[in-house]
Design a protein around this ligand. Structure first.
Ligand code: FES
Length: 66
């Protein structure tokens, strides 16, 4: 399975909060895998909400690799 590259880590997933894929994956590495806690810690999903599906997809993919 390939590694996530730096450009992917720097990709802003939530425009409202500026939350990047790397920030989300870093939280997953700390054992934080539920969208509510990700939202509380980053501000993602707490604005327009349009990033929710993307974040859930990232979480699903990251959890599958654990
Ligand atoms: S893009 Fe994440 S809350 Fe708006």
């Amino acid at each position: 399975m390939r590694e996530t590259n730096q450009a992917e880590l720097d990709e802003v997933i939530c425009d409202c909060s500026g939350t990047t894929r790397g920030k989300i994956l870093s939280l997953v590495e700390q054992g934080i895998i539920d969208p509510d806690t990700i939202s509380r810690k980053t501000g993602a999903i707490s604005g327009c909400g349009s990033c929710e599906w993307d974040i859930e997809t990232i979480l699903d993919e990251a959890i599958a690799k654990l």
